[in-house]
Design a protein around this ligand. Structure first.
Ligand code: 2HA
Ligand code: ZN
Length: 260
């Protein structure tokens, strides 16, 4: 099996174990264009063409693995090709076909995921994977407006444990509540990624993360959620956590050659 799809299956198992993927919660898409050989790419369609609902010019000739709509991450972990599919974007950049292995219709969030991939390619980004999941403690933070202000969460989370800034150097972007699956939410997500965030928080819903591959996208979310857990554990002990000082964070940035 294609390495990137194996990695998706591994990450899907982690999402389930962490309690971030109840029922059919969450979505994954990965641009696998560079992983497929010519034989695979010229396979006849087994279903489609289907309309994407958008025209995405940078996706011409691209192939994606996409989780199936209504499918469970815990099932995908065991059987990625029965709970997701490989799709080919048609030359009109407005339709896609399913080419393997089975007719599994892609995630309802396909238009938003593909819009993000279209944006990433347009920008010349090396990022190939996008992940949407429901990390409990990060979602809990967004139930108070004070955490929704730009970079308030980033600053506190970075200061909980040194690794957070090292491994999530762009922090956590914030998007106010919008209807799941809506074009508005997709547009706001792209705008926030463009504001230089890899992980975007959707208020009272979940995160949307992008990175070179799905394991790296998962790692960024995992690191941020770990920091949120430490914050919450401190509060549960009865104290407001001190957090690392600005000097300590600046020292980290210098040592790790981080931006900001
Ligand atoms: O696909 O999590 O927000 C299930 C979701 C949509
Ligand atoms: Zn969701």
């Amino acid at each position: 099996m294609i390495k990137q799809i194996q990695q998706v299956a591994e990450v899907a198992g982690y999402l389930w174990q962490k309690g971030w993927a109840e029922r059919n919660g969450g979505n994954i898409t990965v641009n696998i264009t560079d992983e497929l050989d010519a034989d695979m790419k010229s396979r006849p369609a087994i279903a489609g063409p289907f309309a994407i609902g958008l025209t995405l010019p940078y996706l011409k000739g691209c192939f994606f693995y996409a989780k199936g709509t209504g499918r469970r991450m815990r099932d995908l972990a065991r059987e990625p090709m029965q709970n997701g599919a490989i799709i080919r974007i048609c030359d009109d950049c407005a339709h896609y076909e399913i080419i393997a292995d089975e007719v599994v219709m892609p995630t309802s969030e396909l238009p938003s995921h593909l819009s993000v991939h279209n944006y990433l390619i347009a920008k010349g980004s090396p990022y190939k994977a996008s992940l949407h999941t429901h990390p409990i403690e990060l979602v809990a933070l967004t139930h108070s407006q004070k955490w929704m202000e730009k970079d308030v969460a980033t600053k506190v989370l970075w200061s909980m444990i040194p690794e957070t800034k090292a491994f999530c150097p762009r922090g956590l972007g914030m998007v106010p509540y919008m209807l799941p699956g809506s074009v508005e939410l997709a547009d706001a997500t792209i705008k926030t990624i463009d504001d230089n965030y890899d992980v975007v928080m959707w208020e009272k819903h979940g995160v949307f993360a992008v990175d070179v591959d799905i394991m790296s996208a998962f790692d960024q979310v995992d690191v941020l959620n770990k920091a949120a857990l430490i914050y919450i554990a401190s509060r549960a002990l009865g104290h407001e956590p001190e957090g690392m000082s600005d000097e300590q964070l600046a020292e980290m940035s210098k040592a790790f050659n981080l931006p900001k």
